[in-house]
Every structure is written in C-alpha cells, then in structure tokens.
Design a protein around this ligand. Structure first.
Ligand SMILES: Cc1cc2nc3c(=O)[nH]c(=O)nc-3n(C[C@H](O)[C@H](O)[C@H](O)COP(=O)(O)O)c2cc1C
Length: 183
C-alpha cells in the first residue's frame, strides 16, 4: 500500500465518522443552551463516565464550569437540520433548543433541560475537567439515562431504525452508509 503524509493537525479527520451528540447546559440564571459535539466517547462503565472536548470559549463550557451539570442528547437523522442550527453562533443566554425548533423537557437528576426529540439522554454531573491543548476535556458521571422505547434491540442501539448521525467534518455527516450534507 502507498501512503501520503497528512497534516498532523488534521489527522483527526481520519478518526471518523464520529458519533455526534447535542450537549445541553444551563447557566446559573437557568438559561438553557444547546450545541453539537463530535469529540466524544464513553470512558468508564463503573462508574459510568462519558467525555467530550469543548473549546473553552463555547457557552457550553462556560455553563458547565458554572453549574457542573450537562446532558448528552443523542440525535438522529430526523433532526439533523435542527442539530446544525444549534451549532450556529448565538449570543450568550439565547436558548438554541428553541431557536432550532426543538423542544425541551425537564431532566430528572440535573437542573439542565434535555431535548425531547432526541432518542436517548445521559444526565451528567462533572467528574473532572482537564486542559487538553486548545480544548477542555470534560468527563461527566452519568447520573440518569433514558432512551425511547424502540431505540434498543436486544440491548443494542437499533441503528437501522434510529438512524444516528455520524460527523465526518464540516457540513458532512454519515447516516447508515450514506453521505448526508447539510444544505
Ligand atoms: C457536528 C458538529 C460537531 C461539533 N463538534 C465540536 C466538538 O467536538 N468540540 C467543540 O468544541 N466544538 C464542536 N462543534 C462546534 C460547536 O458546536 C459550535 O461552535 C457551537 O456554536 C458552540 O455553541 P455554544 O457556544 O453555545 O456552546 C461542532 C459543531 C458541529 C456542527
């Protein structure tokens, strides 16, 4: 096989397609925020820990520093366009759940709302946060989780039915074995 050099700063693009989540947070005034993230993974089963990396200037990170809580919402193809809107720049304090036409529901164990149209949710409290180059690595303990009644088949995500969205980069996503571009 022949190999071409990659720019090391962009080598992460071959670590793809990546599961995509929408993280919801709230500031200390209770104003909700939502944004998509694809630098994410589970990092422990017992205790249940999930991680994602955020640029420190993101409102998501600012809110997490303030309240130490967040929700990992699992989106699917049906809400891809709305997910994209949650990723646009809005002034601090603007609720992207509402701006994108999604609806919010109360969480059970954290004071951050979650997105009703998502197929699953993980309510999290910060376990630790560490500097990670130009990002902050946020690890949260999952204190409550749920999924729609048809999301799982024999304990595994029913991907054929649920159509989770995977991020390739920019406007490019993968759903099943198809490439989807956000117009
Ligand atoms: C599909 C997708 C994945 C993204 N993944 C990340 C990520 O992993 N880390 C990050 O810092 N920003 C990521 N972003 C960018 C943020 O979502 C975007 O800058 C957003 O406006 C931040 O919103 P906030 O300031 O309300 O937190 C991603 C954007 C999209 C569309």
């Amino acid at each position: 096989m022949e190999f071409n050099d990659l720019e090391v700063e962009h080598a992460y693009r071959v670590l793809a397609p990546r599961p995509t989540i929408i993280v919801t947070t709230a500031n200390s005034r209770g104003e909700a925020n939502a944004a998509p993230f694809s630098f994410t993974m589970p990092v422990s089963v017992k205790p249940p820990l999930v991680a994602f990396a955020s640029v420190p200037s993101h409102h998501t990170y600012k809110n997490i520093e303030e309240t130490q809580e967040f929700v990992v919402n699992i989106p699917n193809e049906e809400i891809l366009e709305k997910l994209w809107i949650t990723g646009e720049k809005f002034p601090y304090g603007v609720n992207e759940i509402e701006e994108s036409g999604l609806s919010q529901m109360e969480s059970l164990r954290v004071s951050v709302p979650k997105i009703a149209e998502c197929i699953a949710h993980m309510e999290c409290k910060v376990h630790w946060i560490k500097d990670s180059g130009d990002h902050k690595l946020v690890v949260g303990e999952v204190v409550y989780a749920d999924a729609t009644s048809d999301a799982l088949k024999e304990g595994l995500l029913d991907v054929e039915k649920m159509k989770p969205v995977l991020h390739l980069g920019g406007v490019n996503f993968v759903v099943g074995d198809h490439l989807r571009k956000v117009e």
